[in-house]
Write a protein that binds this ligand. Structure first.
Ligand SMILES: [Zn+2]
Ligand SMILES: [Zn+2]
Length: 124
């Protein structure tokens, strides 16, 4: 069971079951919303339990929305409309996760101020 929360603690969540190794997304939307890159894993929606107050959703595209804390701004969730899974932020998790990075995605959108220096596969 993974446990996470936003920075102010107003929203917490748990993720049950096995989840895939996280990805790091370099797309422009994730970079804008997180301040750099966004690392996430995902699980079926019914395996993610959200508690607390203040979760807001921003519809950043016609096909997906982004969940964040309306108080502290932590970017916690990403949900594609036609999928029954939801992504959750690795940075929001507390304690060790036991997971390893699986890939980089949207690397064509990455900023020019850093290099991707690990061996995880890269997808454009
Ligand atoms: Zn918060
Ligand atoms: Zn992204």
């Amino acid at each position: 069971m993974l446990k996470g929360s936003c920075l102010c603690g107003g929203i917490s969540f748990t993720v049950s079951g096995d989840v895939p190794g996280p990805s790091i997304c370099h797309c422009g939307q994730c970079r804008k919303q997180s301040g750099h890159v966004w690392s996430s894993s995902y699980a079926p929606v019914e395996q993610i339990k959200i508690a607390g107050q203040g979760l807001k959703w921003f519809r950043a595209s016609d096909t997906a929305k982004r969940g964040f804390c309306g108080t502290c701004g932590s970017f916690l969730f990403w949900k594609q409309d036609d999928e029954d899974t939801m992504s959750f932020a690795m940075g929001a998790l507390d304690g060790d996760t036991g997971l390893r990075l699986s890939k980089h995605i949207y690397t064509r959108d990455k900023g020019d101020y850093y290099e991707i220096a690990d061996d995880a596969p890269k997808a454009s």
